[in-house]
Design a protein around this ligand. Structure first.
Ligand SMILES: *Cc1c(COP(=O)(O)O)cnc(C)c1O
Length: 395
C-alpha cells in the first residue's frame, strides 16, 4: 500500500516549481474546522479574501476565485470572453503555453501560435515586436485575444508583459490581453492594472504557498464587458453569478472552505513581509541558483539574462545525461524532488524551484543535493555550485 506518511529522517526537500512547500502556519489554518459556507463568519472571511487578493494582483478590479487547478482558470478566462471560432493569438514560450493552446483548440477557438521555431524558442521570452507585427497585419481585427504566459514554468523564462501591452497599443488593436501568471503570482512582480491586462490567470500552489486547488481570474472592465456577449458555453465557470455572490463575501457554489482559510493566512504572510521584499528575496535566490549552475559549468535553459525567472531555474544536462535518471538518483539518495523536463526538453533538463516558502538555506540544501547527485551520477562538474551560491548570498 502507498504510505504517504512514511518518513525518512529529516525533511523532504520539495524543489519542483509548484506545488511548492506549504508553510506550517498555512497548514495549521487549513486544519481549522470546516464551517458553514453560507454562515456569517464565512461571509466575513470571503470579503477579507476578496479584498486582499486584489493587492496581490495589484488591481482595483474583481478577482474570481474558483475551486479548481490552474487549468480550470485558463478555461474560465477563455469561455467568459470569447465566442466559438474566434481567433486567438498565442505565443509559444514552452510547455504551458502549448497546453493552453491545446485547451483553446478543444474549446472550439481558432488558435495561431507564434514564436521562435523549434526547441530553441523554449529558451526565450515573448518577443513583443512579433505580436505588434502580427496585430498590425490584422486590419480586420479578426484576432480577439492575445494570450501569453508570464512565467513559463517549463523553462524558467519570464516574459515582459508590459512590453506586450505596449505592442498591442502601438498596433492600435482592440484584442483582449490574457496572461497566465499561475507560477509567477506572489514570486515575480506582477501589475494587472498598470500593465493593462484584461484577464490574469493564476493558481494557488506556486508562489502563493498553498496546496493545489484554487484558481484565479483577475478581471478588467473590458473583460467584464466582453463576458456579457461572449458565446462559448459556460456555466460553472461563468463570472456573472460569482461576481453577484461575491458582493456579500459568498460564492454561488461551495468554495474550498479549508483552502480559503489557507489563502487568507498565506496572503497575511505575503503582505506582512511586503510584496517588494518577497520579490527581492526571489530575485536573490534565483541569482544564487544561477551562480551555482554556472560554477558547475552547465547551461541555464533561459538564454536571455533580461528574462531569467525568479521562480525557478532550468538546468540543461550535459549531452548523454538523461536528466530524469539523474533526478531519480537525487530523489532516492537525498529526498530532494526536482522538476522534470517537459515536452520538447524532456530528459534534457531539470528544474530547480526557488519559490514561495524558500530561503537561503533551503536553496543551499537543494543545490547541495544537486551537486552530490550529479557527482554520484558521474557528471564532471567544473567547480562547486554550492560555494558559488554561498558567495552570492553572503553579499
Ligand atoms: C502549473 C501551471 C499551469 C497548470 O496549472 P494546474 O494547476 O496544473 O492546472 C499552467 N500554467 C503555468 C505557467 C503553470 O506553472
Amino acid at each position: 500500500m502507498l504510505k504517504l506518511d512514511s518518513h525518512s529522517a529529516g525533511r523532504h526537500f520539495l524543489h519542483i516549481p509548484g506545488p511548492s512547500p506549504v508553510p506550517a502556519r498555512v497548514l495549521r489554518a487549513i486544519s481549522y474546522q470546516t464551517i458553514d459556507h453560507r454562515g456569517p463568519e464565512f461571509g466575513q472571511l470571503g470579503l477579507a479574501i476578496l479584498e486582499n487578493i486584489k493587492k496581490i494582483f495589484k488591481t482595483k478590479s474583481p478577482v474570481i476565485i474558483y475551486p479548481s487547478s490552474g487549468t480550470g482558470a485558463w478555461e474560465g478566462a477563455l469561455v467568459n470572453t470569447l465566442s466559438p471560432g474566434d481567433l486567438v493569438l498565442m505565443y509559444e514560450t514552452g510547455q504551458f503555453a502549448t497546453l493552453w493552446k491545446k485547451l483553446a483548440d478543444r474549446l472550439g477557438l481558432k488558435t495561431e501560435f507564434i514564436g521562435k521555431p523549434g526547441a530553441e524558442g523554449w529558451r526565450y521570452g515573448v518577443d513583443a515586436a512579433k505580436i505588434e507585427e502580427r496585430l498590425k497585419a490584422d486590419t480586420a481585427h479578426e484576432i480577439k485575444a492575445v494570450c501569453v504566459v508570464h512565467n513559463e514554468t517549463s523553462t524558467g523564462v519570464t516574459s515582459n508583459i508590459k512590453a506586450v501591452r505596449q505592442a498591442m497599443d502601438a498596433a492600435k488593436h482592440p484584442a483582449l490581453l490574457l496572461v497566465d501568471t499561475i507560477s509567477g503570482l506572489g514570486s515575480a512582480d506582477y501589475c494587472h492594472d498598470d500593465w493593462g491586462v484584461d484577464v490574469t490567470i493564476s493558481g494557488s500552489q506556486k508562489g502563493l504557498m498553498l496546496p493545489p486547488g484554487i484558481g484565479f481570474n483577475a478581471l478588467s472592465t473590458k473583460a467584464i464587458e466582453a463576458s456579457k456577449t461572449a458565446k462559448l458555453p459556460k456555466a460553472f465557470w461563468a463570472w456573472d453569478e460569482i461576481l453577484e455572490s461575491n458582493k456579500t463575501g459568498y460564492w454561488p457554489t461551495t468554495p474550498s472552505t479549508n483552502l480559503m482559510y489557507g489563502l487568507h493566512e498565506a496572503m497575511e504572510m505575503i503582505l506582512a513581509e511586503g510584496l517588494d521584499h518577497v520579490f527581492a528575496r526571489h530575485q536573490r535566490l534565483a541569482k544564487a541558483c544561477r551562480a551555482a549552475v554556472e560554477a558547475w559549468g552547465l547551461e541555464i535553459q533561459c538564454q536571455d539574462p533580461a528574462v531569467y525567472s525568479p521562480v525557478l531555474t532550468g538546468v540543461v544536462t550535459p549531452d548523454g545525461v538523461d536528466a530524469d535518471q539523474l533526478r531519480k538518483l537525487i530523489l532516492e539518495r537525498y529526498n530532494l524532488s526536482l522538476g522534470t523536463g517537459l515536452g520538447k526538453v524532456k530528459g534534457r533538463m531539470f528544474r530547480i524551484g526557488h519559490l514561495g516558502d524558500c530561503n537561503e538555506l533551503s536553496l543551499l540544501a537543494a543545490l547541495s543535493g544537486c551537486e552530490m547527485g550529479m557527482k554520484a551520477f558521474g557528471i564532471k562538474l567544473k567547480g562547486s555550485g554550492v560555494v558559488a551560491a554561498q558567495e552570492v548570498l553572503q553579499d
